[in-house]
Design a protein around this ligand. Sequence first.
Ligand code: KIV
Length: 272
Amino acid sequence: MGYLQGDKPITISKLLSMHAAGEKIAMLTAYDSTMSALLNRCGVESILIGDSLGNVIQGHSSTTPVTIEQVAYHTACVVRSNSQAFVISDLPFASYGDPTQALESAAQLMQAGADMVKLEGGGDWQIDIIEHLVKRSVPVCAHLGLLPQSVHVLGGYKVQGKSKDVASLMHEQALACEAAGAQMLVLEAIPSSLGKLITASLTIPTIGIGAGPDCSGQVLVLQDMLGISPGKPPKFVKDFMDGHTSIEAAVKAYVREVKSGRFPGPEHGFAG
Ligand code: KIV
């Protein structure tokens, strides 16, 4: 490839212009090359190498054991067969505790092929990290609501932002993430009304997972939406294999339903 030639059609500029035009963004997780190729064939616009790989791939009960080397390894696997999608990789637990460590960790993910890194939380110290990374040309996706890396502090996987105080703090944090330079924001397990309010207050796209139908796009863990994760799925998950006879047909249905606004339905959301 020649110098100054991009390698993929879906860039951050493309996602931002889709968002400006009111077109929904379809994102899914993937951790390996075969699934990455399949998501590319199905028109998934962004692939997240989530630290959910700790649960889904490694069999842990939380994401906290996941290391930066592991996310970098899975990022490289996904990128090898990705020709279309915008790739976001998670900075895992305790890999961005201070600006120097955050930049070193982000560099590992970008060097493995990530187009953007994601980090959890919108407190003062995370805002400083976002600003530090963005100033050094690392594109950042923020993540608010249910923060799986904080599960041991939260005492379980619970819907966040139900009380007025927490909802208004989250709203302020979302504005601070955007002001610090984040170009995307994942909202996880919050009331649909709060997802709507935050999305309307920002210019950057919000990507919901249990945050209602008004987010700018949606993401699910691939194994969840294929109905193959063990145990009871969270309320915000829809099993797209139901009614489809192949993984490819299920993923295409997900993309169609996200883009048409059919998914998520009211049954996948939380009340305030
Ligand atoms: O790790 C992950 O897969 C995530 C999504 C659930 C948003 O952060």
